[in-house]
Design a protein around this ligand. Structure first.
Ligand code: HEM
Length: 475
């Protein structure tokens, strides 16, 4: 306690400490944290109810936390998504996490990702087609389009099912349900009296959450069961048969493609995961894999709309790769989209989809007392003037040369053993989507980066919609 109290931080209010700060309006709270980072240069502490948190925004401290094995456990804010994700890869700890990470890592190997590409590509085409209806609009709120694209893509690659093939209203309900669960988790995190489960479940939000979880689980279980039956009835060598002798993807039953779920079902047959575990991981990929990508797409499109030079450079790069052909991108093409990659990386620097991550220190350590949580402010780390020249401006070129910043000053996918497992997947998806959009449309500025007002949430959220204007390019 003494060690913790020695760390500087806002004084808070008597026995409630900093609990009341957390009740702040989510917009005010976002800027309050930025102010604290400026005030306390290296780190600061907060006491929220019974929880003690040290807030880090300095690369050396962050390196210690993310690379060490001491901090394998996630912080208390993850408790509020636990009713949904249970002990999936994102939320589990210790040996359970280790075993799952080992099992799932091959599913994200570059060779395997190739198998998901065609499903994402089809969604890119739909995404680009859907945007066509906006051509004559003076401005377009891009969020519904990017959300639709990202959710359809992850649904198809994680579960092998198309939301628009499902009963239409069900697809919509599923999307809303995922969104609402995120909102409920933030609402609860702000209110310490809702922390205990036995209280939360009697609140109106708690009851709504329970109903939503029933919908999500029944949809997910139906998809898993269909896929399992399909394999059991039609094909016993499922995963092996998804590749031909040259390791190319083969269509399955005329339309089924390989999904992450297939690898999980194979693992179930091999006895390394059970049905409950499959459910947890499918939910985890749905949660981890859509909002983050949609968010990055939205910010990157807005940044490119505001930076004609960078946008035209990306278009030229695409023209050099594709010429006048309207063919879709191969994996080799994606590897050549080097400048687009710099733009995505710079967008992730300015607008990291997960602006804060947390860890719990379960062992006593000379500086940080056991039981203390560490919150890593990725948003502030990425905008540190000590690390980046003109930290608030969009300069993709900074990624064209060797980094001039500390290796842990740029961590949009986190780092160390618990770094994002979907990083390569996300890069592939983002390059496919952005190159498809930019080959077809010119993006013109409406919302400017400095106009954006942020809202505190798990994912970097904005108060007002982000608008761009779309113009068809002549090919
Ligand atoms: C631009 C897109 C993405 C960003 C910026 C991103 C960022 C992150 C970050 C910062 C973490 C660490 C979270 C923590 O420490 O609490 C993480 C973990 C994770 N991400 Fe991503 N992610 C992205 C896309 C994806 C995709 C597409 C998937 C799945 C297909 C995915 C699945 C996961 C999973 C399962 C974990 C937990 C890994 C573990 O603990 O072993 N992510 N991601």
């Amino acid at each position: 306690n003494k060690e913790f109290d020695k760390i500087p931080g806002p004084p808070g209010f008597f026995l409630l400490h900093n609990t009341l700060d957390f009740l702040m309006d989510p917009v005010k709270m976002f800027y309050y944290f930025r102010k604290l980072c400026n005030q306390y240069k290296r780190l600061f502490r907060l006491k929220i109810g019974p929880v003690k948190v040290i807030i880090l925004h300095n690369p050396e401290d962050i390196e210690t936390v993310v690379t060490g094995t001491t901090y394998n456990t996630k912080g208390f804010v993850y408790d509020f998504i636990e009713p949904w994700l249970k002990e999936g890869l994102l939320t589990s700890k210790g040996s359970k996490w280790h075993q799952r990470r080992k099992l799932l890592t091959p599913a994200f190997h570059l060779n395997v990702l190739t198998n998901f590409k065609s499903a994402i590509e089809e969604n890119c085409q739909k995404f680009v087609e859907n945007l066509k209806r906006e051509i004559s609009s003076p401005k377009t709120d891009i969020a519904p389009y990017v959300n639709d694209f990202a959710l359809n893509s992850i649904c198809e690659t994680a579960m092998g099912t198309r939301l628009d093939e499902e009963d239409n209203s069900f697809g919509k309900m599923y999307k809303n349900a995922i969104y609402e669960l995120g909102q409920f988790a933030v609402y609860r995190a702000q209110r310490i009296w809702m922390y205990p489960n036995f209280i939360f479940k009697f609140t109106s939000i708690g009851q709504k959450q329970e109903n939503i979880l029933k919908i999500l689980t029944s949809f997910r279980d139906r998809v898993i069961e269909n896929r399992r039956n399909y394999y059991n009835n039609v094909n016993n060598n499922f995963v092996e048969d998804l590749y031909d002798k040259d390791n190319n993807e083969v269509e399955f039953g005329g339309k089924k493609r390989m999904a992450l779920l297939d690898l999980l079902l194979k693992a179930e047959k091999d006895g390394v995961i059970d049905a409950k575990g499959i459910g947890e991981e499918v939910d985890t990929f749905m949660f981890g894999g859509h909002d983050t990508s949609a968010n990055t797409l939205q910010f990157t499109m807005m940044l490119l709309a505001n930076n004609e030079y960078a946008q035209e450079k990306v278009v030229k790069e695409c023209n050099d790769i594709f010429g006048s052909s309207d063919r879709s991108a191969t994996m080799a093409d994606l590897a050549q989209m080097k400048y687009l990659e710099c733009c995505i990386k710079e967008s992730l620097r300015l607008f990291p989809p997960l602006p804060v991550i947390t860890r719990k220190n379960e062992n006593r350590n000379y500086e940080i007392p056991a039981g203390t949580e560490c919150a890593i402010l990725i948003f502030d780390l990425h905008r540190s003037a000590d690390q980046f020249i003109e930290p608030h401006s969009f300069q993709p070129e900074r990624f064209q040369t060797e980094p001039t910043w500390h290796p842990y000053a740029y961590i949009p996918f986190s780092a160390g053993p618990r770094r994002c497992i979907g990083q390569k997947f996300a890069m592939m998806e983002l390059k496919l989507a952005l190159s498809a959009v930019l080959r077809r449309y010119r993006l013109l500025p409406v919302t400017k980066p400095n106009d954006i007002i942020f809202v505190t949430d798990y994912v970097l959220r904005v108060k007002e919609p982000i608008y761009v204007k779309l113009e068809e390019r002549c090919i």
